[in-house]
Write a protein that binds this ligand. Structure first.
Ligand code: ADP
Ligand code: MG
Length: 262
């Protein structure tokens, strides 16, 4: 494996042996209902530290709901989820989980009244009680890492969509998460900005970050994913390597899906 760039502070590259150790995400028989609608129907997934897992599937199949349960934005109502050994059981461990798991949304979700740097330093100073000087230094390091250090003192509205999404990634990384979740991070971007965001995500993958990425960017999936999950009607119906998935999808719904997007 090629040596990537240096890991982020507080982050270590997954040693080869870790693939056989305890999973960082362990979801067993996860259920979720919205009223009478059964959105997640017994999802099982284990993810090892350093794995990059791409999630695809038709609209409404439960992709967003599933990744939202992993950092407790949505509470699951059956089964078990453990992140880095912490059970997600709604018993006051939400803060611990949200410190472990960073999330990036389709719609950036930056605070419009805060500068780029303030967006990044807000949680570290409030939640982690970092000093202003330390948080600013780390924030500028992260902005350099996503290639927009010079935008630090602008407001989100003054940035392009691609730049805003890179700020959102830097903001999530500022909490030193062990897992990063991405929900269609490039779907709201103009085509010419997609690559700059995917490049940041590729670089993050090379540093050994554990990543779950809902995306329809097939180039990214082929190049970066260790595994592809295909969701259909609230469950994972394929869990395999990118090579297998593209060359030999097993499930009819996956075949149909691929024939439409490739
Ligand atoms: P995907 O991300 O795969 O497109 P979602 O996880 O967003 O799918 O949604 C799965 C299903 O759950 C959809 O049918 C959606 O309408 C429903 N759903 C999602 N969130 C809610 C909610 N807050 N209230 C009611 N239904 C919801
Ligand atoms: Mg979705």
């Amino acid at each position: 494996e090629a040596a990537g760039p240096a890991p982020l502070p507080g982050q270590t590259r997954a040693p080869a042996g870790q693939k056989d150790g305890p999973p960082i995400i362990d979801a067993q028989n996860v259920q979720k209902h919205f009223g009478t609608f059964h959105a997640l129907r017994g999802v099982n997934l284990t993810v090892q530290p350093g794995e990059v897992v791409v999630i695809i599937g038709p609209s409404g199949s439960g992709k967003s709901t599933f990744i939202r349960t992993i950092n407790a934005l949505d509470a699951h109502d059956g089964g078990t989820i453990t992140v880095d050994g912490i059970p997600l059981n709604g018993k006051g461990n939400l803060d611990a989980i949200r410190r472990e798991v960073g999330m990036v949304f389709q719609s950036f979700n930056l605070f419009p009244h805060l500068t780029v740097l303030e967006n990044i330093t807000l949680a570290p100073t409030r939640v982690r009680k970092a000093t202003r000087a330390d948080a600013d230094k780390r924030g500028l390091d992260l902005l350099r890492r996503v290639g927009i250090e010079e935008q630090a003192h602008k407001y989100p509205a003054q940035l392009s969509g691609g730049q805003q999404q890179r700020v959102a990634i830097a903001r999530a990384l500022a909490m030193d998460p062990k897992v990063m979740l991405f929900d269609e991070p490039t779907s709201a971007l103009d085509p010419e900005m997609i690559k700059e965001v995917l490049d940041v995500m590729k670089e993050l993958a090379r540093t050994g970050m554990t990543m779950l990425v809902v995306t329809h960017e097939m180039g990214f999936a082929r190049e970066v994913a260790d595994r592809i999950l295909f969701f259909d009607q609230g469950n994972i119906v394929e869990d395999t390597t990118p090579e297998n998935f593209y060359q030999n999808p097993q499930h009819d719904r996956a075949k149909q899906f691929l024939s439409k997007i490739l």
